[in-house]
Design a binder for this molecule. Structure first.
Ligand SMILES: CC(C)(COP(=O)(O)OP(=O)(O)OC[C@H]1O[C@@H](n2cnc3c(N)ncnc32)[C@H](O)[C@@H]1OP(=O)(O)O)[C@@H](O)C(=O)NCCC(=O)NCCS
Length: 179
C-alpha cells in the first residue's frame, strides 16, 4: 500500500549541521545509487560515486557559505534532503538573482507520499526568504519521474547541457521556476 505523508506526522524540516554529514552521506549515496544504477553501467556508477560521495567532499560542500542543505526527518529518521547553491547560473537563466537546486532526493519508501512536495515548499520558502527570484535545476533527460514532479511544480525546460557520467556524456535539461 502507498504510504502517505501528512503534516500531522512527527517530522522535522531543518538546515543540516556538520554533525549530520555521516547520516546525510549514507542517504545521499544510497538514493543516488538506487535512482541511477539501473540505467548506468557499473563502471560509470562506481567512478561517479567514488568522486561525488565522500565524507570529506560532503563536509566541504556543507561548509560552503553559498550552499544550503535542507533535511526532512520523520520520527527522527532522515528521509529526504535538498541542496541549494547560489552559484553563477548557466546562460539560459537570464535572471542572475537565481539559485540552483543541485540535489533533491527522497527515500524511496516515501516516493508518491507527498513528502517531496513538503520538501519543495521548504526549498522555495528558503529561496524567497533569501531574496532569490528564480530557482533552476538540472535533470537527466531520462529521469522521467523527477521531470514529472518538477513540472507539477511549474518548472519549465529552458535549456540543456552535457553531464559527464564516467565515459557517458548524458543530456541534462535545465528547468527553472520564478519563485
Ligand atoms: C524526484 C522525487 C523527489 C519526486 O518525489 P515523488 O514523491 O516521487 O514525486 P510525486 O510522486 O509527487 O510526483 C511524481 C510524478 O511522476 C509520476 N511518475 C512516476 N513514474 C513516472 C515515470 N516513469 N514517468 C513519468 N512520470 C512518472 C507520478 O505519477 C507523479 O505524478 P502524479 O502526482 O501526477 O501522479 C523522487 O521521486 C526521488 O527522490 N527520486 C529519486 C531521486 C531523483 O531522481 N531526484 C531528482 C534528481 S534531478
Amino acid at each position: 500500500m502507498q504510504r502517505k505523508f501528512t503534516k500531522e506526522m512527527r517530522h522535522t524540516l531543518r538546515h543540516a549541521e556538520l554533525s549530520d554529514a555521516e547520516t546525510l552521506l549514507e542517504l545521499a549515496a544510497r538514493t543516488y545509487y538506487e535512482t541511477f544504477s539501473p540505467v548506468n553501467t557499473p563502471e560509470n556508477m562506481k567512478a561517479y560515486m567514488e568522486s561525488a560521495f565522500t565524507l570529506p567532499l560532503l563536509q566541504e560542500e556543507m561548509r560552503d557559505p553559498r550552499a544550503i542543505f535542507l533535511l526532512v526527518e520523520i520520527d527522527g529518521r532522515l528521509c529526504g534532503y535538498a541542496k541549494l547553491l547560489a552559484d553563477k547560473p548557466p546562460d539560459c537563466i537570464t535572471d542572475q538573482n537565481a539559485i540552483e537546486l543541485v540535489r533533491f532526493y527522497v527515500d524511496r519508501s516515501w516516493h508518491g507520499s507527498g513528502l517531496a512536495s513538503t520538501l519543495m515548499e521548504v526549498c522555495l520558502d528558503e529561496a524567497k526568504k533569501r531574496g532569490f527570484k528564480t530557482m533552476y535545476l538540472g535533470v537527466w533527460e531520462r529521469n522521467f519521474r523527477a521531470q514529472a514532479f518538477y513540472r507539477k511544480w511549474n518548472f519549465v525546460r529552458v535549456g540543456e547541457h552535457v553531464f559527464q557520467m564516467g565515459d557517458d556524456p548524458q543530456i541534462d535539461w535545465w528547468m527553472m521556476l520564478e519563485v
